[in-house]
Design a protein around this ligand. Structure first.
Ligand code: 5AD
Ligand code: SF4
Length: 440
């Protein structure tokens, strides 16, 4: 038997790309590839890319440039670009960087084995179609190896919301939900392989409406089906849109014990004028009332958010409205970005904010969000939380895991293993993590 070929995958961007990279590795595993941690000994390099902001997209070209020497040394090395940059700029990538052999968009990963074979024969291959078939069904030949205690599971892809700044509706296409039965089978299989926590993924996950045996299921109904799986201890989901936060999902946060008290609910901005121009179809007030209802169902829920500053025509007053909204919500975690012009999106054509003003606003917003994040983390001290252990820590006898609220927790003198769940009392709060002790 010939030695296995080696595959190096580098993943950028969101959790969905992490999930997709795993699926691509499995698909190429069927073609005799094993994963390697270094590009130097690879027979194939795949960059799974992100197009959400300009900086993320530009990284791809600089990374590709670095493989020039490697390709000169190893002419048989194949280089592929996958993900959202591949979808948005496929032909341009081929033109700009002749060392690329293969370009594959996010909806075509099931065709990767055929594409790899063509590339091996010296062809340049590009596939950025949006085919009808379910790529995940076609990618099913998974090895049944044991895996870590946490996993992502894509339930829904694409987006029909067309926020004026966002490339996702173009790169990932229209909203599509996977049928519930397939998701439940995949979840069951993950649990059999050692997974105890599943994070359901979708660009608009709470818009989920996948086919079930008696009509479509909502995300909450899917969560209740997952709740029945023995051995599955925790369920999370991301990312949600405020307008799709249905009553049954809010209620599930109060009643489903496996559903963790953490919700990523991006608002993007606090000014109604800007929200309207972003095409968000909710107001600051409707978002705040929604948060109130969610907290009524689950008072201790940790709220996480995304923000954009410097969106076209944002004034200092508009920005203050964002700061006021943040003050009111009190976020446990948040991701904030300076607006980045994305060609082809409606906002790209509009008058842009002075970059220095946008930088200044981003700094002020991040200072406030960091302070809130720290306050929420510090407020955990003295509390009892559930912790799912994921790995050993740096100190002897120490274990590290995540709390129900997704905080990293270190426990010293810990006789538990990865995959164990325990009750832990939080004793101190550090820069980026908590320390706790097991409750006997
Ligand atoms: N510029 C800056 N941030 C953006 N996001 C999406 N598009 C842009 C853009 N053009 C942010 C949003 C989104 C997160 C994933 O990325 O906040 O929720
Ligand atoms: Fe992009 Fe999210 Fe808006 Fe969809 S809802 S367009 S993914 S920001």
């Amino acid at each position: 038997m010939s030695a296995p070929k080696k595959l190096f995958i580098k993943t950028y961007g969101c959790q969905m790309n992490v999930y997709d990279s795993e699926r691509m590795a499995e698909a190429l595993g069927g073609e005799g590839y094993v994963e390697t941690k270094s590009p130097d000994d690879a027979d194939m390099i795949l960059l799974n890319t992100c197009h959400i902001r300009e900086k993320a997209a530009e990284k791809v070209y600089s990374e590709l440039g670095r493989f020039k020497g490697l390709k000169a040394e190893k002419p048989d090395l194949k280089i592929g670009v996958a993900g959202c940059v591949a979808q948005a700029e496929g032909e341009e990538i081929m033109r700009r960087q002749p060392l690329v052999d293969l370009v594959v968009g996010p909806q075509s990963y099931h065709r990767l084995p055929e594409m790899e074979a063509k590339a091996r024969e010296g062809e340049k291959v590009l596939d950025t179609d949006f085919p009808e078939e379910d790529k995940f069904e076609k990618l099913k030949n998974r090895p049944k190896a044991k895996r870590g205690p946490t996993a992502f599971l894509t339930v829904q892809e694409g987006c029909d919301k067309f926020c004026a700044f966002c490339v996702v509706p173009y790169t990932r296409g229209a909203e599509v939900s996977r049928p519930a039965g397939r998701i439940l089978r995949e979840a069951q299989e993950l649990v059999e392989r050692g997974v105890r926590e599943i994070t359901l993924l979708g660009q608009n996950v709470n818009a989920y409406h996948g086919a079930g045996p008696n009509g479509d299921l909502t995300l909450a109904q899917l969560i209740w089906e997952l709740d029945k799986i023995d051995g599955l201890a925790r369920i999370r989901f991301t990312t949600s849109h405020p307008n799709d936060m249905q009553d049954d999902l809010i209620e599930a946060h109060g009643t489903c014990a496996k559903l963790m008290p953490y919700l990523h609910l991006p608002v993007q901005a606090g000014s109604d004028k800007i929200l309207k121009r972003m095409n968000r179809s909710h107001t600051a007030e409707s978002y705040l009332r929604l948060i109130e209802r969610i907290r009524a169902a689950r008072p201790d829920i940790l709220i996480s958010g995304d923000f954009i500053v410097g969106f076209p025509e944002e004034t200092e007053e508009d920005f203050q409205a964002t700061m006021d909204l943040v003050e009111e919500v009190k976020y446990g975690t948040a991701y904030s970005f300076k607006y980045s012009t994305r060609p082809g999106t409606p906002a790209a054509e509009r008058p842009q904010v002075d970059p220095a003003a946008a930088d200044d606003r981003l700094q002020r917003l991040q200072a406030l969000l960091t302070r809130q994040q720290r306050e929420v983390q510090d407020s955990m001290v003295g509390r009892e939380v559930g912790v799912l252990f994921e790995k050993t820590g740096r100190l002897p006898g120490q274990m590290v895991g995540k709390s129900d609220y997704l905080h990293a927790v270190h426990v010293a003198d810990c006789n538990r293993q990865a995959g164990d769940l325990a009750r832990v009392r939080i004793v101190s709060s550090g820069a980026n993590s908590l320390a706790g002790e097991l409750i006997a």
